[in-house]
Design a protein around this ligand. Sequence first.
Ligand code: UDP
Length: 508
Amino acid sequence: MSSTILPFASTKDQGGKAMTESSRRPIPTTVTPAPPPHVLMFPLPGQGHVTTMLNLAELLCLSNLRVTFLNSDHNHHRLLRFTTVQSRFAIYHQLFSLQSISDGLPSDHPRSGERILDLFQSMSTITRDLFRDLLPSIRPPIDCLISDGALQFPLEVAAEFGIPVVHFRTIGACCFWTYFCIPDMIEAGELPIRGEEDMERLITTVPGTKEFLRCRDLPSFCRSPDLSHPSLQALASATQQSTKACALILNTFEGLEGPILTQIAAHCPKTYTIGPIHEHLRSKLTLQPSSSSSSLWEEDRSCLEWLDRHPPKSVLYVNFGSIAVMTSEDLIEIWHGLVNSKQRFLLVMRQGSVAELGSNTNDTITFPEELVKGVRGEEYMVVSGWAPQKEVLDHGAVGGFLTHSGWNSTLETIVAGVPMICLPYFADQQVNSRFTSEVWKLGLDIKDACTRKVVERMVVELMVERKEDFATSAAKMAELARSSVGFGGSSRQNLEALIEDIRSMKSK
Ligand code: UDP
């Protein structure tokens, strides 16, 4: 590729005579611009990870960086089937390409929360070897690898080929920092947790959280009485490994997590907070709208029409994300709590999200007859599948979100200015829900208390009794989120700095 540029090379002509305004004409020169840096992006194969990384990939393409996006074969096929990813990225011409690699699991494996360890184990053996074969064969050669910091092997393999690695953690700073401090918690004897009666104990070895972080709020893997548990060990060491990466990217913003980011900066000085990334992308695409859905399930959009029929802020949206699996007992308690609250609700249940109904993605959820009876259909809607969540949260009829506190859901809800009831399932969600309620005052945390009475009480508190208070704090945080990605905002500036950093990796 070549182009003609018109430089004003000098204010003197070649004979050394000063050039007049009219003689100072541009000299046509044909140069070949340097090819853009080539970035390989490698997410952990999960919905939240793929969505966030694809959004960053698009932000990089918008800045004229070349991106190869490496998905698991399993997710690659679903992305092509359920999204418009190819047309979405077609406008970037040669700058974007998709590749895929095996995650090492059989195709009928559920890849859900209760079996997540299988995924980590198969990737760290089978995928690791495949990745080592793939990396040097990619053309043009990779200048920078942006890999999911939850995976350890990409950094080790890239080091063998001298490729600089930037870690991207798709969790919040609050959980990154808690994972980071696990060795200190163990050394100080704060872990293991000594049973249910120990759950209210405050943790003292996670700086910046001493007043409010209880054993109950630690990442779910910290509940294991066995400190050598593979999930606990893997997450703690993967998080420590980020200090060895060239830089760390976090999908968060300074207005939300400033004090925790200061703690992280002492260990990972080059930390780029560029979030909320979905809003960052939206703010840059105003002139060239594109569908940015990255759903690995088929979206059921009928709930948007149902929402159209309801007054502003009157509906509680209920959704537990892409990997949480609950028991049918929990579901029944949640259902009764919702019905007894007498508030309108939209309940979305992904196939495979209730343990007893099987984890096969083709199983549909049949609600027990006695539950559905007696509730008028206009007052609630159940989607047995997958909703266009960002659009639901942006819908004016939604006044609250009962969420599992996944990090993407948390950020999407913050941007939409909607208050939350948090019912975390696992991993980072226990930490996120504590910060949502205690630090950011954006909602209520009902972790470990999923009874119909508690659900009913909290729904009434959020949607009726404290509605105005929560609406005010949610609106303030939404404004901070939007300004962080607007002109001059911290996340906008940090993205520019990250891009410069990647460009400098190429020149080296
Ligand atoms: N999501 C969606 N429709 C659904 C459920 C989830 O679009 O019915 C999206 C949601 O908007 C978010 C992602 O899936 O972007 C879930 O990521 P999160 O980090 O919240 O939770 P996880 O699924 O990883 O537990």
